[in-house]
Design a protein around this ligand. Structure first.
Ligand code: IVH
Length: 694
């Protein structure tokens, strides 16, 4: 095959119902092979910098650009796709998912030590058996996740399995392949022909909190801790779902640690790192039990600063020869032990259970207790979720309770200390009227949640606006609780759309707001107009539409105009959208008040569609449009806001200065006028094509 650039060809490319005319440069097979190999090397290198070393050298956008080029090339040259290509991390659910896999050597567990005395006893046993005074030990963090075995054949990732009963686990290859810190190919030569590594797959505390937020939004049961969430993620049937969970992994062991030609665990860990594997950097070699105590002490204190949860420290005899001499019991090696941190549960006394009204009107009982210090911070409250939870735990006002932090972040009441009951405790009764507006509270049979039924409930309005302006949504900096409360109290806003009609003078009415603060908030409001469609959809606060579902919907429908016309059937076609979400979306857009808010947002210039930015260019720069009639389900305001965002001008009346009249369905008299003036008329479809949206 010649390596010269061959011909350019044009083809029609069908994408999401839209037709694109695309130029595809077909280069010679050899050139493609070289470029593909180069791109894979680059992507692997940068992935390694980012996911393993946590030290990226290029921006996400640059990385995405390389990935896009590789995807394009592989699409053209199917024959060059290999299973270890960075594009192949996420595939279709394989048939072999969760089938039994026999481990190459038993996957052992560890004995636990719950005190320094027990650690000291372990050291005694080890030194005693070896007949030595001292022995080198390696201290590692005990990351709280799920044990996995990852097998490489001649350097290539081929399989991953859970621990199971230690002899046989379940095949989770497709899911582990989505973990970006697992190299699809090990670095270096002279690798063992078959190498089964062991490590811990885990989720960060942040991801755990995010997953639970999303689950709460969808009224699903919550994961108790990151470990359960990680286990759930590994057992997803569809690897695409696992990929979204952003699992990570630390490798610390193998079915045979001598295979890398090393003599000790410390060296072994260094070798793993050389192979491109992710090894926890917080390790220490010590030569006395005091050294172990110091390491445990240090991390018992610092554990809360880590982005992932640890539940202890693993102490291992460094020398592999000594490990062999010490041997193992049926369950665990005699050369290692897990020191478990004391459970971080403290007692406190519940002084009050108050009800918070959320943005869906849901009444959430929250326990307020005496301040206690836990997992690095002072905690005074925890959600009790709903009435059933309170009954299940039998929590009463005045009760002494055990409090902990789920996943090291979310405070929760674990249990009541019943032995401390005096009889003076009071049962909590869910109010039958809303504590904020007095509206009636209803709990639909079969649902766990009680709700205020007043759609104009000020608490709901407040929470909705706060949510809309919040980080994950339109991200309006400076628009926090106090500002929103005052704007509502002063009648300056009634719903989210009013935010965009505030002027600077109005903002000066906010307490402690001088010119500068008003200016900043005004600027933040302005810049929020261009947030992505997904953020807007999330910000609207449609029930069951969390941040992730909002992204899915934005990806599929590209604009509010199209989304709001979607039927339940169309929504159900979208992966990840079930009947609950579909019905909720349709209900939302059926509500007249919601449509009014959306109209007002569009008129204010809030971005209502996605594709425009992807196209990037200001394609309407210098052009003046007049819109008449409706186009693809978008109102005139939405079309006008799109025109503005693409750099054009939207005018209300046809004149000689008009460049185009966009005539949708049911055009008015403007069409005639345009005809008289000889102005070019675009159909809705022509207009959308020009805007890069169809
Ligand atoms: S060594 C034979 N090292 O803790 C060696 N385990 O309670 C066995 N774990 O099953 C494991 N961090 O899933 C080892 N640095 C670490 C670890 C670790 C977490 C997990 C592992 C093991 C469990 C034992």
């Amino acid at each position: 095959m010649s390596s010269v650039h061959s011909l350019t060809r044009t083809r029609l490319h069908q994408y999401n119902g839209a037709i694109y005319l695309r130029e595809v440069i077909r280069i010679g097979l050899n050139t493609a092979r070289k470029r593909i190999s180069k791109l894979r090397d680059l992507l692997n290198y940068h992935s390694y910098r980012y996911y393993v070393l946590d030290a990226p050298e290029i921006s996400d956008a640059e990385y995405d650009e390389l990935m896009r080029e590789l995807v394009e090339l592989e699409r053209e040259y199917h024959e060059l796709i290999t299973p270890d290509s960075p594009t192949q991390r996420v595939g279709a659910p394989p048939a072999e998912a969760f089938t039994p896999v026999k481990h190459r050597g038993r996957m052992l567990s560890l004995d636990n030590a719950f005190s320094y005395d027990e650690l000291a006893a372990f050291y005694q046993r080890v030194t005693g058996s070896l007949g030595m005074d001292e022995v080198d030990l390696v201290c590692e963090l005990k990351v709280d996740g799920v044990a996995v075995a990852v097998t490489f054949e001649n350097g290539a990732f081929i399989r991953a399995a859970t621990r199971g009963d230690g002899v046989t686990g379940e095949d989770v290859t497709a899911n582990v392949k989505t973990i970006r810190s697992v190299p699809l190919r090990l670095k270096g030569n002279n690798l063992p022909p078959v190498f089964e590594l062991r490590g811990e797959a885990f989720l960060s505390k942040a991801k755990f909190a995010e997953i639970n937020r999303e689950r709460e939004e969808n009224e699903l049961s919550l994961f108790a801790n990151p470990r359960n969430a990680a286990a759930g993620s590994l057992r997803q049937k569809d690897p695409k779902q696992t990929a979204k969970r952003a699992l990570d992994i630390f490798i610390f062991s193998a079915h045979d640690t001598t295979l890398l030609g090393v003599q000790a665990q410390w060296e072994f860990l260094a070798k793993l790192r050389e192979l491109g594997l992710k090894v926890n950097p917080n390790i220490k070699k010590v030569s006395s039990i005091e050294g172990v105590f110091a390491f445990c002490e240090e991390w018992a204190e610092k554990r809360h600063t880590l982005p992932y949860e640890i539940d202890g420290v693993v102490v291992k005899v460094d020398s592999i020869a000594f490990q062999a001499r010490l041997g193992e019991t049926s369950k665990a090696p005699r050369w290692a032990i897990a020191y478990k941190f004391p459970a971080e549960q403290v007692t406190s006394v519940i002084r009050q259970i108050s009800v918070r009204v959320g943005r869906t009107g849901a009444l959430t009982p929250t326990a307020f207790f005496d301040p206690v210090r836990i997992a690095g911070s002072t905690v005074t409250a925890a959600t009790l979720h709903n009435e059933d939870e309170i009954r299940r735990k039998d929590v009463r006002v005045g009760d002494a309770v055990l409090v902990q932090k789920a996943g090291d972040v979310i405070p929760e009441v674990v249990a009541v200390v019943k032995s401390k009951r005096t009889g003076a405790e009071r049962e909590f009764i869910m109010p039958t009227t809303c504590p904020v507006c007095g509206g009636s509270v209803v709990r639909i049979p079969g649902e766990a949640v009680a709700r205020c039924t007043n759609i104009a409930c000020p608490a709901v309005t407040f929470e909705r606006i706060l949510h809309f302006a919040g980080r994950g949504a339109m991200d309006i900096e400076g628009m926090g609780e106090s500002v929103v409360r005052q704007l509502l109290e002063k009648n300056l806003i009634k719903d989210v759309s009013d935010i965009y009609y505030l002027d600077k003078t109005a903002l000066l009415e906010i307490e402690h707001f001088a010119d500068k603060a008003a200016e900043n908030l005004f600027g933040a409001i302005e810049s929020s107009k261009t947030r992505s469609l997904a953020k807007l959809v999330f910000g609207l606060g449609i029930r069951h539409v969390g941040a992730h579902v909002a992204e899915v919907l934005a990806d599929r429908f590209h604009s509010i105009g199209v989304l709001k016309k979607a039927t339940v059937e169309e929504l159900l076609q979208v992966e990840e959208v079930g009947p609950k979400i579909a019905e909720s979306v349709v209900d939302f857009f059926r509500e007249e008040r919601n449509l009014e808010v959306i109209e007002k947002l569009a008129s204010a210039g809030v971005r209502m569609e996605e594709r425009a930015e992807a196209v990037g260019a200001k394609v309407f720069e210098g052009l003046t449009f007049v819109v008449t009639g409706t186009i693809a389900g978008m109102t005139r305001e939405e079309v006008e806001s799109l025109i503005k965002r693409l750099g054009g001008r939207a005018s209300g009346s046809v004149s000689v200065k008009t460049d185009y009249l966009v005539a949708g369905e049911k055009p008015g008299g403007k069409l005639e006028k345009a005809g008289e003036l000889g102005i070019k008329v675009l159909t809705g479809a022509e207009f959308l094509r020009m805007a890069g949206m169809a």
